[in-house]
Design a binder for this molecule. Sequence first.
Ligand code: NAD
Length: 380
Amino acid sequence: MRIAVQAENDAIESRVAATPETVKSLAALGAEVTVETRAGRNSAILDEAYAAAGATIAPDAAAAVKDADVVLRVRRPAAAELAGVKPGAVVLAILDPYDHIDALQSLAGAGVSAFAMELIPRITRAQTMDVLSSQANLAGYRAVIDAASAYERAIPMMMTAAGSVQPARIFIMGVGVAGLQAIATARRIGGVVTATDVRPATKEQVLSLGAKFIAVEDDEFAAAETAAGYAKPMSPEYQAKQAALTASHIAKQDIVVTTALIPGRAAPILITAEMVRSMQPGSIIIDLAVERGGNCELSRPGETVVTDNGVKIIGNLNVAGRVPATASALYARNLLAFLKPLIDPETKNLAINWDDEIVKATVLTREGALTHPNFQATAT
Ligand code: NAD
């Protein structure tokens, strides 16, 4: 079995889908691994390190995928990057399938079985494969580091001979995987931290991290979590009460990190332009939901907006990719964990159980067609 690791060509992508550590593990499973030259360049991994782990270095994308049974990627490959790929080869990547049916059809046309890593179900057996969690955790961490570096003041309380410095007030909106890590990071660097969410289960988590929980805790809040553990879209009445609470709290905050998402929908707007106007000059908003429309009315994808009243609203893209070496290490381990059960330990070849719950949830294309039920209606 041959496994190819391609370099990422998207300018915003700094991660890589395998590390020397996972190359060794893949070789131990019986694979011959080929890595495209300079694939690890932005994650502090040189070709020599891959070669020392047992990989062959290929001069370009086409040479990497030649005869490959499996192609490992971070982002969805363009058709040209898969030129010459073997029909039936397995492609693992974050495929970003919604609104990209044409690109999926092109993958189907290439004859590959393409698996969307972001669709891995959040069941216990799949925890080690959960790329959403591994990357969201780092995004939450990096968001606070980015905020601290853009903030013109010190974060922790300091008692000095020249007088004392007040600690920064940091507010985390949305307490999923990213939000929890943002709270922990903000506490570690000395902020006074508050956090909010619509799911009641988050209250105890916030308190256990030493932060204060701020939320409208009415009957709707008590029932805001779906069976799958996600937030429900809230009613206009709840949103109005939440906005009033946020408005009074946010005016006193120095740094706000927003992470609120609802699966399959645009991100909810939690910070209006009026709320931004109430903030002090030098305050920072980091909008981690910016790629899904944003939690702040004024945030722009990939841009830092500085308002007339001196508030910086930072809309960095691919925030996990701003910690590329760590993000790659965790992503690569997620892919390894996903791939292992697809390989027969005896023959050391792919032996995919197409009826497996995790396989069914993630495979989008197979044998030349778009096969995932969620994409059938739009497939032609
Ligand atoms: P997410 O990225 O979908 O959303 C981030 C947070 O935003 C969530 O906590 C959500 O409740 C919150 N939110 C949504 N609308 C909001 C609003 N209007 N105001 C304030 N907050 C709002 O969430 P996630 O990080 O993917 O985690 C979702 C859940 O899945 C959590 O309970 C998490 O613990 C759970 N989870 C389970 C597993 C597993 O079992 N393997 C793995 C990862 C996460």
